[in-house]
Design a protein around this ligand. Structure first.
Ligand SMILES: [Zn+2]
Length: 236
Protein backbone atom coordinates (compact mmCIF):
# COMPACT_ATOMS: atom_id res chain seq x y z
CA UNK A 1 0.00 0.00 0.00
CA UNK A 2 1.40 3.38 -0.99
CA UNK A 3 1.64 5.76 1.88
CA UNK A 4 0.57 9.37 1.59
CA UNK A 5 0.81 11.88 4.38
CA UNK A 6 -2.57 12.93 5.65
CA UNK A 7 -3.64 15.82 7.81
CA UNK A 8 -3.73 13.38 10.74
CA UNK A 9 -0.03 12.70 10.28
CA UNK A 10 0.73 16.39 10.40
CA UNK A 11 -1.21 16.85 13.61
CA UNK A 12 -0.05 13.62 15.24
CA UNK A 13 3.36 12.73 13.84
CA UNK A 14 4.85 9.52 15.16
CA UNK A 15 8.36 8.28 15.67
CA UNK A 16 9.72 5.30 13.83
CA UNK A 17 10.65 2.91 16.67
CA UNK A 18 13.87 1.90 14.92
CA UNK A 19 15.46 5.17 13.77
CA UNK A 20 13.48 7.77 15.72
CA UNK A 21 12.57 9.70 12.55
CA UNK A 22 9.19 11.40 12.57
CA UNK A 23 6.87 9.71 10.16
CA UNK A 24 3.18 9.32 9.43
CA UNK A 25 1.04 7.44 11.91
CA UNK A 26 -0.61 5.54 9.07
CA UNK A 27 2.71 4.23 7.85
CA UNK A 28 3.61 2.91 11.28
CA UNK A 29 0.13 1.50 11.73
CA UNK A 30 0.35 -0.64 8.66
CA UNK A 31 4.02 -1.59 8.63
CA UNK A 32 5.53 -1.01 12.06
CA UNK A 33 8.49 1.03 10.82
CA UNK A 34 9.37 3.84 8.44
CA UNK A 35 10.01 2.91 4.81
CA UNK A 36 13.76 3.28 5.10
CA UNK A 37 14.00 0.97 8.10
CA UNK A 38 11.69 -1.49 6.42
CA UNK A 39 14.02 -1.77 3.46
CA UNK A 40 17.07 -1.94 5.65
CA UNK A 41 15.98 -4.10 8.56
CA UNK A 42 13.30 -6.45 7.43
CA UNK A 43 14.23 -9.49 5.42
CA UNK A 44 11.06 -10.92 4.04
CA UNK A 45 11.89 -14.38 2.84
CA UNK A 46 9.63 -17.32 2.29
CA UNK A 47 9.52 -19.64 5.28
CA UNK A 48 10.31 -22.51 2.93
CA UNK A 49 13.68 -20.96 2.19
CA UNK A 50 14.79 -20.70 5.80
CA UNK A 51 17.09 -23.55 6.72
CA UNK A 52 16.15 -25.01 10.06
CA UNK A 53 18.05 -28.24 10.59
CA UNK A 54 18.40 -27.16 14.20
CA UNK A 55 14.66 -27.46 14.70
CA UNK A 56 13.79 -31.12 14.67
CA UNK A 57 10.46 -30.59 16.45
CA UNK A 58 9.31 -27.61 14.38
CA UNK A 59 7.69 -27.92 10.97
CA UNK A 60 7.95 -24.39 9.56
CA UNK A 61 10.00 -21.43 10.72
CA UNK A 62 9.24 -17.76 10.18
CA UNK A 63 11.90 -15.09 10.92
CA UNK A 64 11.30 -11.62 9.47
CA UNK A 65 14.32 -9.76 10.82
CA UNK A 66 18.04 -10.08 11.17
CA UNK A 67 19.32 -9.68 14.72
CA UNK A 68 21.74 -6.84 14.08
CA UNK A 69 22.03 -3.06 13.92
CA UNK A 70 18.91 -1.03 14.69
CA UNK A 71 16.69 -4.10 14.86
CA UNK A 72 18.89 -5.66 17.52
CA UNK A 73 19.00 -2.40 19.47
CA UNK A 74 15.22 -2.14 19.33
CA UNK A 75 14.88 -5.72 20.56
CA UNK A 76 17.21 -5.04 23.48
CA UNK A 77 15.24 -1.90 24.33
CA UNK A 78 12.04 -3.93 24.17
CA UNK A 79 13.37 -6.72 26.38
CA UNK A 80 15.55 -4.86 28.83
CA UNK A 81 14.78 -1.15 28.50
CA UNK A 82 11.17 -1.18 29.65
CA UNK A 83 10.02 -0.03 26.19
CA UNK A 84 6.86 -2.08 26.06
CA UNK A 85 5.41 0.16 23.34
CA UNK A 86 7.76 -1.47 20.77
CA UNK A 87 5.45 -4.46 20.88
CA UNK A 88 3.21 -2.74 18.35
CA UNK A 89 5.97 -2.31 15.75
CA UNK A 90 7.26 -5.85 16.13
CA UNK A 91 3.77 -7.28 15.94
CA UNK A 92 2.99 -5.35 12.73
CA UNK A 93 6.19 -6.55 11.12
CA UNK A 94 5.58 -10.15 12.11
CA UNK A 95 1.94 -10.01 11.08
CA UNK A 96 2.83 -8.69 7.62
CA UNK A 97 5.40 -11.42 7.23
CA UNK A 98 3.05 -14.18 8.38
CA UNK A 99 0.24 -12.93 6.16
CA UNK A 100 2.56 -12.78 3.15
CA UNK A 101 3.54 -16.39 3.78
CA UNK A 102 -0.07 -17.47 4.42
CA UNK A 103 1.14 -18.68 7.79
CA UNK A 104 -2.25 -18.29 9.44
CA UNK A 105 -3.87 -20.64 6.95
CA UNK A 106 -2.51 -23.84 8.43
CA UNK A 107 -2.67 -23.15 12.17
CA UNK A 108 -5.48 -23.38 14.73
CA UNK A 109 -4.02 -21.48 17.63
CA UNK A 110 -1.20 -19.22 18.70
CA UNK A 111 0.95 -19.52 21.80
CA UNK A 112 4.32 -18.20 22.96
CA UNK A 113 7.57 -19.10 24.62
CA UNK A 114 6.91 -17.52 28.03
CA UNK A 115 9.25 -15.75 30.41
CA UNK A 116 9.59 -17.11 33.94
CA UNK A 117 7.48 -15.66 36.78
CA UNK A 118 10.63 -14.15 38.29
CA UNK A 119 11.54 -12.42 35.03
CA UNK A 120 7.97 -11.28 34.60
CA UNK A 121 8.00 -9.71 38.07
CA UNK A 122 11.09 -7.70 37.13
CA UNK A 123 10.06 -6.70 33.61
CA UNK A 124 6.35 -6.27 34.14
CA UNK A 125 5.49 -7.82 30.80
CA UNK A 126 6.21 -10.89 28.71
CA UNK A 127 7.68 -9.71 25.40
CA UNK A 128 6.79 -12.70 23.19
CA UNK A 129 3.39 -13.10 24.77
CA UNK A 130 2.48 -9.49 23.92
CA UNK A 131 3.44 -10.10 20.28
CA UNK A 132 1.56 -13.41 20.17
CA UNK A 133 -1.57 -11.76 21.54
CA UNK A 134 -1.37 -8.99 18.94
CA UNK A 135 -1.00 -11.57 16.17
CA UNK A 136 -4.10 -13.27 17.51
CA UNK A 137 -5.94 -9.97 17.48
CA UNK A 138 -4.89 -9.18 13.89
CA UNK A 139 -5.47 -12.66 12.49
CA UNK A 140 -8.51 -13.81 14.44
CA UNK A 141 -6.68 -17.04 15.40
CA UNK A 142 -7.10 -17.75 19.13
CA UNK A 143 -4.28 -17.23 21.59
CA UNK A 144 -3.72 -19.65 24.46
CA UNK A 145 -1.12 -19.87 27.22
CA UNK A 146 0.05 -23.43 26.69
CA UNK A 147 3.46 -23.33 28.34
CA UNK A 148 5.12 -22.10 31.46
CA UNK A 149 8.77 -21.45 32.13
CA UNK A 150 10.23 -22.52 35.43
CA UNK A 151 12.50 -20.24 37.36
CA UNK A 152 15.95 -21.70 37.24
CA UNK A 153 16.52 -22.04 40.92
CA UNK A 154 20.12 -23.14 40.60
CA UNK A 155 21.93 -20.32 38.89
CA UNK A 156 25.28 -21.55 40.19
CA UNK A 157 28.01 -22.20 37.69
CA UNK A 158 28.77 -25.67 36.44
CA UNK A 159 31.34 -26.18 39.12
CA UNK A 160 30.89 -29.85 39.79
CA UNK A 161 29.58 -32.96 38.14
CA UNK A 162 26.66 -33.12 40.59
CA UNK A 163 25.77 -29.54 39.84
CA UNK A 164 25.78 -30.24 36.11
CA UNK A 165 23.56 -33.31 36.51
CA UNK A 166 21.15 -31.32 38.63
CA UNK A 167 20.94 -28.55 36.05
CA UNK A 168 20.41 -31.02 33.23
CA UNK A 169 17.50 -32.64 35.03
CA UNK A 170 15.80 -29.30 35.71
CA UNK A 171 13.02 -28.74 33.24
CA UNK A 172 12.99 -25.23 31.85
CA UNK A 173 9.46 -25.51 30.46
CA UNK A 174 6.32 -27.51 31.04
CA UNK A 175 2.67 -27.49 30.02
CA UNK A 176 0.82 -24.58 31.64
CA UNK A 177 -2.04 -26.91 32.50
CA UNK A 178 -1.18 -30.44 33.69
CA UNK A 179 -4.29 -31.69 31.87
CA UNK A 180 -3.40 -29.92 28.63
CA UNK A 181 -4.62 -31.81 25.58
CA UNK A 182 -3.98 -30.47 22.09
CA UNK A 183 -5.25 -33.41 20.12
CA UNK A 184 -4.90 -32.64 16.42
CA UNK A 185 -4.18 -28.92 16.92
CA UNK A 186 -1.83 -27.05 14.64
CA UNK A 187 0.09 -24.57 16.77
CA UNK A 188 2.07 -21.42 15.99
CA UNK A 189 4.74 -20.86 18.65
CA UNK A 190 5.98 -17.26 18.99
CA UNK A 191 9.42 -16.35 20.32
CA UNK A 192 11.68 -13.29 20.18
CA UNK A 193 15.13 -14.47 19.06
CA UNK A 194 16.10 -17.68 17.29
CA UNK A 195 19.60 -18.74 18.28
CA UNK A 196 20.37 -22.41 18.87
CA UNK A 197 16.83 -23.69 18.54
CA UNK A 198 16.97 -25.53 21.87
CA UNK A 199 14.18 -23.43 23.40
CA UNK A 200 11.89 -23.90 20.41
CA UNK A 201 12.62 -27.62 20.30
CA UNK A 202 11.94 -28.02 23.98
CA UNK A 203 8.66 -26.08 23.82
CA UNK A 204 7.50 -27.72 20.59
CA UNK A 205 8.36 -31.12 22.05
CA UNK A 206 6.03 -30.49 24.98
CA UNK A 207 3.20 -29.43 22.66
CA UNK A 208 3.69 -32.46 20.41
CA UNK A 209 3.70 -34.63 23.54
CA UNK A 210 0.29 -33.19 24.35
CA UNK A 211 -1.08 -34.24 20.99
CA UNK A 212 -0.43 -31.25 18.71
CA UNK A 213 -0.47 -32.30 15.05
CA UNK A 214 2.53 -30.05 14.39
CA UNK A 215 4.18 -26.88 15.64
CA UNK A 216 5.29 -23.96 13.47
CA UNK A 217 7.51 -21.27 14.95
CA UNK A 218 7.56 -17.50 14.44
CA UNK A 219 10.64 -15.73 15.80
CA UNK A 220 11.06 -12.01 15.52
CA UNK A 221 14.79 -12.13 14.74
CA UNK A 222 17.80 -14.32 14.27
CA UNK A 223 21.51 -13.66 14.15
CA UNK A 224 22.20 -17.05 12.59
CA UNK A 225 24.35 -16.84 9.51
CA UNK A 226 22.74 -19.87 7.91
CA UNK A 227 19.46 -17.99 7.79
CA UNK A 228 20.61 -14.65 6.49
CA UNK A 229 23.82 -15.16 4.61
CA UNK A 230 22.43 -17.40 1.91
CA UNK A 231 21.83 -15.23 -1.19
CA UNK A 232 18.26 -14.32 -2.03
CA UNK A 233 17.08 -15.33 -5.46
CA UNK A 234 15.48 -11.95 -6.18
CA UNK A 235 18.78 -10.15 -5.70
CA UNK A 236 20.62 -12.29 -8.24
ZN1 LIG B 1 12.93 4.22 10.73
Amino acid sequence: MKHTFSIIDLIFPEKCPFCGRMTGAQELDSAGSCKKCREELITYRSADELPHEALEKVLKLYVPMRYSGKAKKAMLRYKFGQEEWLCEAFSRIMHNYLSTNEAYEDIDLITCVPVSPKRFAVRGYDQSRLIARKLSEYSGRPFRDLLKRNDNSKKAAFTSRENFAERASEKRFEAADPELSLFGSRVLLVDDIFTTGSTLNECAGILLGRGAMYVNAACMMSGRQDIYDAPLEETA
